[in-house]
Write a protein that binds this ligand. Structure first.
Ligand code: MTE
Ligand code: HPA
Ligand code: MOS
Length: 747
């Protein structure tokens, strides 16, 4: 049977880190965690844990041979707490046992003396107390202070955005195996193999060349395994080093939900000013990000919020300030969209308030103020084309926006307990890591003697299909059947110093490196093929599984490879790719941080039952800019998944902590993600016009469509407002059934 990375997943045959066969003698580890949101502690008492049958060892920070710090953007993030803890669930010891059960039971038996300290859970309270991860940052354009005077309409308001749990299917997992040379082989379910690599080197004190990190695939990551897969791999590595035995650590679902960070909740104040013609003149916003107890990636996420604060709109005068606030919650982390969805929500809320004050539809204001070619973003780039309006207009005409507005108005006029609402959400999403150095990738390609091809890059497949895209690009470039190409697992031994698979750049960066590696192989094969075909090298075409020339003569690919080996032509290549033209100065907040922008627009329709207080999202229609799609089916899957994930965040997914900072919603019974029945009908039109973009003219697709999910909130609110005028209260997500009911009935 031919191998297909997607079929393995579809058939349920794909093996994840936790499914790997365990080497003989493997031990299992589990962390003992803080019961306090903020406390000093001492006197760790191991006796009860060690008395638990099967428990082999209890390790603490004192057992770390290297440095007890796994911070990436900032130092000072201990692997195991020393003397002080900063959130409920922070690990302070590691219990190692001969079964996962025994390790878990042992961890529950560990005791320490806790002296509680004051804790803060709210971002604004942390801000007021001066608890900031770094000084606030401001992105500005034009002269916002002067612009207010020219505004005839000014609206202001406040937004509270909730958190969200990643709910990747595979929970956090790592397996560390000691090697005979004193090194370690680590299987980690991480989006960031080199992040794990560096952190294991730091805690072990080993040089990186003695450590290998391998990632076959992930059962979902969604950002939750970009930074926060690292501690589990380090803990397994620590135990493996100390005990000279293989050690596995896998969290169960409730522990995964309790111990790992989530999407950052944001609180925000906004002010939007318009002139008499309805043009946006001035926008000011302050964003308070709830970072949780460490920096993690929070400052990079905050920066992406600032980059996206104006979404797809022309805003000549802007000032957006954002603060990353330290609270005593598990450190929040990357989640699809990386801070952009939060910032975009704030502006979309402002626009709807302005429309309401003016007594017009939000859609008319939105359309009028979309970006055109040359319009400036606050960070030094300008809109490269008119794709924002092109997508909107295609959405409007193809999905009959005016007709839908009319049909909904008629429906709502007919009485009864149901009301319908509609909204449109445009998106403009910058593609590239804002940190320029991360925009590089490497690929290693081998052609074997039978003509089969192996490619490995730094890309981690987490279900988004990046391996499939890389395979397709290599096959297209070499002109061979896709079945000849195998994408090997990601390993720091094959490709070093890899950027995390994140920022939707996985295919753009690693796919281009793979293409460059394939081109190198062809450069070596071309003179040989020309000689064998008796034609000039430039006349050789690599296609249809052969090298051919104009008169139709051909050498089949496997024969060419046999000949190449005999002639000592290199059949392996390593290529590096760095996205050209990128630069960004974070002190001036100016530069060219993104290779390109992804545009699009979605029409979202919802129904509420005002008696039952329930809501549902009926339909989402989308026009989305994918460039020259490498695989339209995969692109559609990414768009659908992102939309449903966004809808969940906006509607049913509510993270609740008790007053002591303990997570209440720590099961999938108390935390409701959308299921098949909640998912609306989704109609997608891919806009495939060429333009400057990424891999072979395609555009990144992983994160931007999540923004369309914001429409769930606004469509539900529109439906509610069709039943009765809603007070201008704080806009708060998620808009759960409970909130729909209480807001409709003033409870
Ligand atoms: N799709 C699936 N099925 N599973 C995932 O974990 N992660 C998303 C997106 N799509 C994810 C996904 C996130 S957060 C990102 S950044 C991109 O995929 C990363 O992959 P790419 O860069 O290859 O698009
Ligand atoms: N997106 C995702 N992950 C990241 C980014 C980003 O922009 N920057 C650093 N890590
Ligand atoms: Mo995605 S949040 O950049 O892993």
């Amino acid at each position: 049977m031919t191998y297909s990375p997607l079929a393995l997943l579809a058939r349920g045959e794909a093996r994840f880190t936790g499914d790997l066969p365990l080497p003989p003698g493997t031990l299992h580890a589990m962390v003992a965690t803080s019961p306090q949101a903020h406390a000093c502690f001492n006197g760790i008492d191991r006796s009860a844990a060690l008395a638990e049958p099967g428990v082999v060892a209890v390790l603490t920070a004192a057992d770390i041979p290297g440095t007890n710090d796994i911070g990436n953007l900032f130092r000072g993030e201990p692997l195991l707490a020393v003397e002080e803890v900063h959130c409920v669930g922070e690990p302070y010891a590691l219990v190692v046992a001969d079964s996962a059960d025994a390790a878990w039971r042992g961890a529950r038996e560990l005791r320490a003396d806790w002296q509680p300290l004051p804790a803060i859970f709210d971002a604004r309270a942390a801000y007021a107390a001066g608890q900031l991860i770094q000084p606030p940052r401001t992105f500005a354009l034009g002269d916002v202070d002067a612009a207010w005077a020219s505004c005839t309409t000014v609206v202001s308001g406040r937004v509270e955005l909730g958190s969200a749990e990643h709910v990747y299917m595979e929970t956090q997992c790592a397996l560390a195996i000691p090697r005979d040379d004193g090194g370690l082989k680590i299987h980690s379910a991480t989006q960031s193999p080199s992040g794990v690599h560096k952190a294991v080197a730091a805690i072990s004190g080993l040089p990186m060349h003695l450590i290998e990190v391998e990632v076959e695939r992930l059962g979902g990551g969604f950002g939750g395994k970009e930074e926060q897969a690292t501690p589990w791999a380090c803990l397994a590595a620590l135990a493996a080093l100390r005990l000279r035995r293989p050690v596995r650590l896998q969290l169960d679902r409730p522990d995964d939900m309790r111990l790992t960070g989530k999407r950052h909740p944001y609180s925000a104040d906004y002010r939007l000013g318009l002139d008499a013609q309805g043009n946006f003149l001035a926008y000011e916003a302050t964003l308070y990000q709830n970072a949780g107890c460490t920096a993690d990636l929070s400052t990079a996420i905050l920066e992406r919020s600032l980059f996206h604060a104006t979404n797809a709109y022309r805003l000549p005068n802007v000032r957006v300030t954002a603060a990353s606030c330290r609270t005593n919650l598990p450190s929040n982390t990357a989640f699809r969209g990386f801070g952009a969805p939060q910032a975009i929500f704030v502006l979309e809320a402002a626009i709807r308030r302005a429309a309401r004050q003016l007594g017009i539809t939000p859609e008319s204001l939105q359309r009028q103020n979309l970006l055109h070619t040359g319009d400036a973003f606050p960070y030094g780039m300008t809109a490269a084309d008119d794709r924002a309006t092109a997508c909107w207009d295609e959405l409007s005409s193809h999905f009959d926006l005016a007709g839908r507005q009319q049909a909904i108005a008629q429906f709502n006029a007919s009485g009864g307990p149901l009301r319908k609402g509609l909204t449109v959400v445009p998106v403009c999403f910058g593609i590239s890591f804002a940190a320029t150095l991360l925009n590089q990738a490497e690929a290693l390609l081998h052609v074997y003697a039978d003509g089969s091809v192996s490619i490995t890059t730094g890309a981690v497949d987490m279900g988004q299909g990046v391996q499939h895209r890389i395979r397709r690009v290599v096959a297209l470039t070499l002109g061979v059947d896709e079945a000849r190409v195998h994408v090997a697992s990601t390993s720091t031994r094959s490709v070093a110093n890899v950027s995390p698979t994140a920022a939707s750049t996985g295919a753009d960066l690693n796919g281009e490196a793979a293409r460059q590696a394939a081109l190198r192989i062809l450069a070596g094969l071309r003179p040989l093929a020309a000689e064998l075909l008796a034609c000039p090298p430039a006349a050789v075409v690599f296609a249809h599984d052969a090298a051919t020339q104009a008169d139709g003569r051909r050498i089949a690919w496997p024969e060419l490879i046999v000949a190449a080996y005999a002639r000592r032509v290199p059949l392996s290549a390593l290529a590096h790719y760095a996205t050209p033209g990128l630069h960004f100065d974070p002190s001036a907040n100016q530069g060219r941080p993104f290779a390109y922008h992804v545009m699009g627009a979605a029409l979202v329709e919802a129904t509420v039952d005002v008696l039952r207080g329930t809501g549902r999202i009926d339909r989402v229609a989308v026009v989305h800019d994918v460039g020259l799609s490498l695989d339209p089916t995969l692109d559609r899957g990414q768009i659908e998944g992102a939309i449903v994930q966004g809808i969940g965040w906006m509607t049913s997914e509510e993270i609740l902590y008790d007053e002591n900072g303990r997570l209440l919603t720590d099961t999938l019974a108390s935390y409701k993600i959308p299921d098949l029945y909640d998912a609306p009908a989704i109609d997608i039109r891919l806009r495939q016009d060429a333009g400057a973009a990424g891999l072979l003219g395609s555009k990144a697709v992983g994160e931007p469509p999540l923004i369309y999910g914001l429409g769930a909130y606004f469509a539900l609110r529109a439906a509610m407002a069709a039943w009765r005028p809603l007070p201008d209260e704080v806009q708060q997500t998620p808009l759960t059934a409970e909130r729909i009911f209480t807001q409709l009935h003033d409870l």
